[in-house]
Design a protein. Structure first.
Length: 325
């Protein structure tokens, strides 16, 4: 399955994950996981998907090569979301009712640390350099900043009312936080962890994702069935897209051409073409879809060819040696 892109969708009321083949937007597999799956993330090497099961207090580990659950990890109370470090070594899981984040070592799926954060941790995102995790605390309107080298909270940032999800720009300069209770997005400058802007979006914003080129933020508005598109250069809403009933999760393809949005109340995924912000497809999945993640593109390993230098009549010639066998 590694030669194609797939979206993995957590269906909360079915206790399973739908696998969508993006080349034709067909559901090609359904995987049974734990109780009430919500958040989901995929390792950078495209080998495993980590699915957070809210009612079970566990994380299901899916091997992507054959879509088999190969492990189940016990974490905290009412886990919601998960993010994986860029080096693929650790998964960070927010535990809503514990006020903690569980740290899973991916090599053996062992919880190696538990970090106390704010009240009601919900969303989590990790900086591209792998140095910090930003955790939204739904019940106390803050974001906790965890230094990953020692899993210590080094800052707490006040944001809007009911911060739910967080996404970080590819250049690592800004974090965008959806505030579900006041219909805004807070913009945090990461160099000094200061809120520099607050953007009005739709009703009850939840899911948030940033295009790979760092130009736009897509925000799902769960109570008015829309997605707001924010232009990052000036933090202005430039489009509002109607999708399905109660949109929650959102993920953007690695090439930035499409955004996939889970619609909780009508059991579908809307596909938005980002070039013109038009819904181009609607996919039926399981009951109450929430989290969604898209497999990454694995770059091929380039091995330099050997170089042979030959001197002929005092002229040095350089040739690349190729194996033609």
């Amino acid at each position: 399955m590694s030669n194609q892109l797939f979206a993995y969708v957590a269906n909360r009321n079915d206790n399973d994950v739908s696998v969508i083949r993006l080349s034709d937007n067909s559901v090609v597999d359904t995987i049974t996981v734990g109780n009430f799956p919500e958040g989901i993330a995929i390792t950078p090497n495209n080998e495993f998907a980590y699915v957070v099961n809210r009612l079970g207090g566990t994380v299901s580990v899916i091997r992507i090569s054959d879509n088999t659950v190969v492990d189940t990890v016990t974490v905290g109370n009412s886990p919601l979301r998960v993010a994986i470090t860029p080096n693929g070594q650790f998964a960070y899981v927010t535990n809503l009712n514990d006020g903690t984040v569980s740290v899973i070592r991916i090599s053996d799926n062992t919880v190696v640390d538990t970090v106390t954060v704010g009240n009601g941790p919900s969303g989590v995102a990790i900086t591209p350099n792998g140095q910090f995790a930003y955790v939204t605390n739904l019940a106390d309107d803050t974001v906790s900043v965890i230094r990953l080298s020692d899993n210590t909270v080094v800052d707490t940032i006040t944001v809007g009312d009911g911060p739910t999800e967080v996404a970080i720009t590819p250049n690592g300069q800004f974090a965008y936080v959806s505030n579900v209770a006041d219909d805004t997005v807070s913009v945090i400058r990461l160099s000094d962890n200061t809120v520099i802007d607050t953007i009005n979006v739709g009703d009850q914003p939840v899911g948030i994702a940033i295009t790979p080129n760092g130009q736009f933020v897509y925000v799902t508005n769960s109570n008015d069935d829309t997605v707001s598109v924010i232009r990052i250069s000036d933090n202005t809403v430039v489009a509002t897209i109607t999708v399905g009933d109660q949109p929650f999760g959102i993920a953007i393809t690695p090439n930035g051409q499409f955004a996939y949005v889970t619609n909780f109340n009508d059991d579908t995924v809307s596909v938005i073409q980002t070039s013109d912000n038009t819904v181009v497809d609607t996919i039926t999945v399981g009951d109450q879809p929430l989290g969604i993640a898209i497999t990454p593109i694995i770059q091929p390993i380039v091995i330099p060819l050997p170089i042979l230098k030959v001197t002929v009549s005092n002229i040095e010639l350089t040739a690349i040696v190729r194996d033609i066998n």
